[in-house]
Design a protein around this ligand. Structure first.
Ligand code: XIL
Length: 277
């Protein structure tokens, strides 16, 4: 069908037979919840660590599932050595990280979240301040070019949250960046919508419009970290709304939920997932 249904997976749970049973039965795509992030894969500068990520990759590949890589460059969950870096040293360290990790996994990743959460919340529609942003506004396109060189077969995605509502400034800011990248030939193939919803941030009624407008720029769109806090028919209807919005867009190529059971969730108290404990 060209559309895939994924979940975030934690390496620490691969010994739980209930968890693995649901994983193997229900999904055809996986994302490492934390194990491919910068702090996990490069804990010391130029010393790479892939043990836990490889456990997830090997389990998924053994079951014939595709893998979304998450994430090559992000202001959060950076290793300690990177957090205090700046300028050219940080830019080069970031590009080296992108190159090394994408090269290590070359041929095994369906789509990479090359850059995660680089836009600010609020009404400005601009970039988030971070150590990476302070290396220069071109840090995002530099990361995408490095990723393309390292793994030409992977789809390269920009991933963010609170970009679901078409009328929000943050959504418009990301849209203009993707439009600019396509116009200038910066290699970008997809946009990920994290889709972490709750009562204060419900699924917007214009979600289909958002997904279609991005797809019309010539990129795939993917729901990448879906969870919806709540219960009962209200929660079910919001899940239905997200799925229908994706299915209505030809280039919406995947939905990934951010964990399997409510008890596996980073927001467990909100019972946001499809399976109970
Ligand atoms: C979360 C994980 O689920 C937690 O286990 C971890 O403690 C923090 O990160 N946006 C992202 C994800 O892109 O990587 C985050 O995952 C959730 C928000």
């Amino acid at each position: 069908s060209g559309r895939y249904f994924g979940t975030a997976v934690a390496a620490s749970k691969l010994g739980d037979s209930t968890y693995v049973g649901i994983l193997n039965r229900e999904f055809d795509m996986v994302t490492a919840e934390n194990e491919m992030k910068m702090d996990a894969t490069e804990p010391n500068q130029n010393q790479f660590s892939y043990g836990n990520a490889d456990r997830i990759v090997n389990q998924a590949r053994g079951q014939g599932k595709r893998i979304r890589g998450h994430a090559l460059a992000w202001h959060s969950q950076q290793p300690g050595w990177m957090q205090n870096m700046s300028g050219t040293a940080l830019r080069n360290a970031m590009l080296n990280h992108v190159t090394q990790v994408a090269t290590y996994y070359r041929g095994k990743i369906y789509a990479w979240d090359v850059v995660n959460e680089a836009y600010a919340d609020g009404s400005g529609g601009g970039r988030r301040d971070s150590n990476l942003q302070r290396t220069g506004n071109d840090w995002i396109e530099a990361a995408f070019r490095a990723a393309r060189t390292a793994d030409p077969g992977a789809k390269l995605c920009y991933n963010d949250y609170n970009t679901d509502n078409w009328s929000h400034a943050k959504t418009q800011g990301v849209y203009r960046m993707v439009q600019d990248f396509k116009a200038r030939g910066v290699p970008i193939d997809c946009v990920g919508f994290q889709a972490h919803f709750n009562s204060g941030n419900p699924v917007p009624s214009n979600y289909h419009t958002t997904l279609q407008n991005f797809a019309n720029l010539g990129v795939d769109v993917q729901i990448t970290e879906l969870d919806i806090e709540g219960s009962g028919s209200s929660q079910a209807q919001q899940y239905q709304g997200v799925v229908q919005a994706c299915l209505a867009v030809t280039r919406c190529t995947g939905i990934t939920v951010w964990g399997i059971r409510d008890t596996d969730s980073w927001r467990a108290s909100g019972t946001p997932l499809l399976f109970d404990g």
